[in-house]
Ligand binder design. Structure first.
Ligand code: ADP
Ligand code: MN
Ligand code: MN
Ligand code: MN
Ligand code: MN
Length: 336
């Protein structure tokens, strides 16, 4: 049984002054793609991304794992002074951990920096009631199509708390909306460069998990939690300076899509586990086995938004990626 939290009791302690110490929560991504964190007290003079000391934790094999601070945020759970610091991970010999994808991302982003790439990622998710072992609102037969719905939405307090907490943290949260299935929501991060969007997306996921904890609920980013309903993607909106240019930006977009079409299988291979359950060609997805694109087409691998086609420049939306595959397994949910 879930242990009930007691917000007013907690508030009594959270009002206490933390003295000269500053609480810093170190965040890192483990080898299962779950986020983990531990706290440490630092002095105010140590608080900048360049001066926060490295730390360590126990890796999955039991060996020490080195935590290297890369991005600093305000901690919405320990206002006003607490900080969150996202770290990437290294082995004791100083080489990047095999699952430290950020290390490679950084190299790729600096190699192509002259193209000024921008990313905006839409993270869809489902709120799970651990008592019911079902998404929120599925205690009765769900009403169809809650997309951007108003009036009967269960769980709106979670997206509101998350939205505000992300803005407080300093995340460039572009927006949030209610999604198609009951208990399903979305937030967007960006547009910003490849490293910033990834760092901020991970911290936004951390904040979402923590907000859900406060509500004694859980979050899943699984691509297809419910049969015969829209799954959860991480649509990735992408542009380069050429694509944003009024000098034939649309041609640059079409050229990139053409080249992406040749590497569909390679991309699918790294776009997330269990994606085959989602990319069926139904429920606003493009079929996993074939590359497709179209203007305003939500049933394609890649969509060029209508306003982009009309203006002749802008960005494309890759609808294939999913978020981390974590949290609630097929067995736990029992609803596949
Ligand atoms: P959808 O219509 O697919 O639901 P959203 O409004 O949810 O789209 O998300 C669109 C995303 O595109 C936002 O995260 C936004 O930051 C991002 N975006 C806007 N302009 C650009 C651009 N030029 N390059 C990359 N991403 C962009
Ligand atoms: Mn210990
Ligand atoms: Mn969206
Ligand atoms: Mn969506
Ligand atoms: Mn989208």
């Amino acid at each position: 049984m879930a242990i009930p939290s007691n917000p007013s009791l907690s508030a009594k302690y959270m009002q206490l002054d933390s003295g000269t110490g500053i609480q810093v929560e170190y965040l890192w991504i483990d080898s299962d793609n779950d986020i983990r964190s531990r706290a440490r007290t630092l002095m105010a003079t140590e608080i900048s991304v360049d001066t926060i000391p490295e730390w360590h934790c126990k890796g999955s094999g039991g060996d020490d794992l080195l935590l290297h601070p890369v991005a600093l945020f305000d901690d919405p759970f320990r206002p006003p002074y607490g900080k969150l610091v996202l770290c990437d991970t290294y082995l004791p010999d100083g080489t990047p951990h095999p699952t430290n994808h950020r290390y490679h991302c950084q190299r790729t982003m600096s190699a192509y920096a002259t193209h000024r790439p921008l990313f905006g990622i839409e993270q869809e998710y489902m709120v799970i009631d651990p008592e019911l072992e079902k998404p929120l609102g599925w205690h009765r037969f769900p009403d169809p199509q809650h997309y951007c719905g108003v009036g009967t939405i269960i769980g709106r307090d979670i997206i509101e708390a998350h939205y505000r907490a992300c803005l407080y943290a300093g995340i460039q949260l572009a927006g949030a909306n209610v999604e198609v299935a009951p208990g399903q929501f979305e937030f967007q991060v960006g547009p910003c460069d490849g490293l910033a969007v990834s760092d901020q997306l991970w911290v936004a996921r951390f904040i979402l998990d923590r907000v859900a904890e406060d509500f004694a609920l859980a979050i899943t980013l699984h691509p297809k939690p419910m049969h015969e309903w829209n799954g959860a993607g991480a649509h990735t909106n992408y542009s380069t300076s050429a694509m944003r240019s009024s000098d034939n930006g649309l041609a640059a977009i079409e050229d990139a899509i053409e080249r992406m079409s040749l590497r569909h299988a390679e991309h699918i291979a790294v776009y997330g586990e269990d994606n085959d359950l989602r990319l069926t060609g139904r429920y606003e997805t493009g079929y996993i086995g074939a590359f497709s694109y179209g203007v305003g087409n939500r049933g394609a691998s890649i969509r060029i938004p209508h306003h982009v086609a009309k203006q002749g420049r802008g960005y494309m939306e890759d609808r294939r990626p999913v978020g981390r595959n974590q949290g609630v397994s097929e067995a736990t949910l029992g609803v596949f």
